[in-house]
Design a protein around this ligand. Structure first.
Ligand SMILES: Cc1cc2nc3c(=O)[nH]c(=O)nc-3n(C[C@H](O)[C@H](O)[C@H](O)COP(=O)(O)O)c2cc1C
Length: 267
């Protein structure tokens, strides 16, 4: 089985979940493609090189697919290949993201056969206010492997006909309106910053410029927190009051552990 993985994962939790699923799927070959970096708008170049299965993983941003990723997802061409859809969220809620992923998958010609929602450490989590701290953990990865294995066992045999598949996933249409976050990007403490450039390298939307000082374009920043996490001297931090309030609210209200959920086409 040839597997193509397409994902967005600025702080790495979505990718870790997908790696667990891939272990369970046990493909003969696998190709990971980060959707914003690869700018690859094709799943297949030639029919002979088509994958047998596509696995798409996205982090949940305000109950939706991050818009920068959904624009690129819509440009892919599916050509009747089965797809497994995975959303990762920060222990609050995943809202309409799986439905949005399913609708886009169908629109571009993929056939959704299974979906899952996993929990990842919230992008706004920090040491003082941990939210889903260090998830996915060992138990999550075990479930990711089992999910991958179940998909392989149930669907990946020659006698399964995907033609009439109609996977049911939670979510409402119209999806929750995307309003973005009217907040300021992470700030840099210039006294601490060593201008190593790691934040710029990791920024998925090229919002950071290291000039005389370190500037972040507020129109481009998506608040993913990759730059905050990667900084070796802790010079970057989220300081906007709106985000600090959200962090506090999530820390107070979303501390009960949620568990991964799975959705399969019934055959
Ligand atoms: C702008 C923004 C919006 C988010 N919205 C949600 C949300 O609606 N529900 C939720 O549970 N987590 C939300 N999160 C948290 C991420 O979904 C979560 O941290 C995820 O694990 C990040 O994936 P990554 O590590 O692959 O980047 C949000 C994070 C960001 C940056």
């Amino acid at each position: 089985m040839k597997l193509q993985v397409i994902y967005f994962s600025p702080t790495g939790t979505t990718k870790r979940v997908l790696e667990g699923i891939v272990e369970g799927l046990k493909p003969e070959s696998v190709n990971f493609s980060e959707i914003l970096k690869s700018r690859s708008h094709k799943i297949i170049e030639k029919r002979s090189e088509a994958p047998d299965l596509v696995l798409i993983g996205m982090p949940t941003y305000i109950s939706r697919i991050p818009p920068e990723a959904s624009v690129l997802l819509k440009k892919l061409k599916g050509e009747g290949i089965p797809v497994v859809l995975v959303a990762v969220y920060g222990n609050n809620k995943f809202g309409d993201i799986l439905l949005e992923m399913k609708d886009i998958a169908k629109e571009i010609g993929l056939i959704p056969i299974a979906a899952a929602a996993f929990i990842g450490q919230h992008s706004f989590s920090n040491e003082d206010m941990p939210i889903a701290h260090e998830r996915p953990d060992i138990a999550d990865i075990k479930k990711a492997r089992s999910f991958g294995f179940a998909v392989r066992r149930e669907f990946l045999s020659d006698d399964v006909n995907f033609a009439n598949f109609d996977l049911k996933v939670p979510g409402d249409f119209p999806y929750r309106e995307w309003k973005g976050l009217p907040a300021n990007p992470p700030e840099t403490d210039e006294k601490i910053c060593i201008k190593c450039g790691k934040c710029r390298a990791v920024c998925p939307v090229d919002a950071i410029c290291i000039c005389d000082s370190l500037n972040t374009d507020p129109d481009l920043c998506i608040f993913c927190s990759a730059c905050v996490n990667v900084c070796p001297v802790s010079a970057r931090s989220l300081t906007d009051k709106m985000i600090l309030d959200i962090r506090e609210r999530l820390y107070t209200n979303c501390s009960d552990r949620k568990e991964p959920e799975f959705f399969f086409e019934e055959i």
